[in-house]
Design a protein around this ligand. Structure first.
Ligand SMILES: N[C@@H](CCC(=O)N[C@@H](CS)C(=O)NCC(=O)O)C(=O)O
Length: 87
């Protein structure tokens, strides 16, 4: 989304997260998505990717600290549903 918001050209590679390919695991020690690779640069944290995108021309896409806190709280609350671990 950060790349799209900044109109940065990119190509997407989808993986099966239940059977992660070795080529993907070679890029990221955590084995999580997203991963951005540009040349020798590999970014494996969403915030790093947003910071990378922010360096490009166009309107700022940085969230305020308050918005980040709200997003983290919502994601934290929803995570058991995403992972189907609701008790
Ligand atoms: N700290 C990482 C967390 C990334 C993360 O948790 N990604 C999830 C998808 S949103 C993931 O890859 N889940 C699959 C797994 O852990 O195997 C970030 O902010 O980018």
């Amino acid at each position: 989304m950060a790349l799209k918001a900044k109109s940065i050209e990119y190509s997407e590679v989808y993986i099966d997260t239940t059977n992660k390919p070795a080529s993907f695991l070679a890029l990221t020690a955590s084995g999580t998505t997203p991963v951005l690779r540009e040349g020798a640069t590999i970014l494996t944290e969403s915030e790093e990717i947003v910071a990378f995108a922010e360096q490009h021309p166009g309107p700022s896409i940085q969230s305020s600290e308050a918005a980040k806190a709200v997003g983290a709280a919502i994601f934290g609350a929803m995570k058991p549903y995403f992972l189907n671990t609701v008790e």
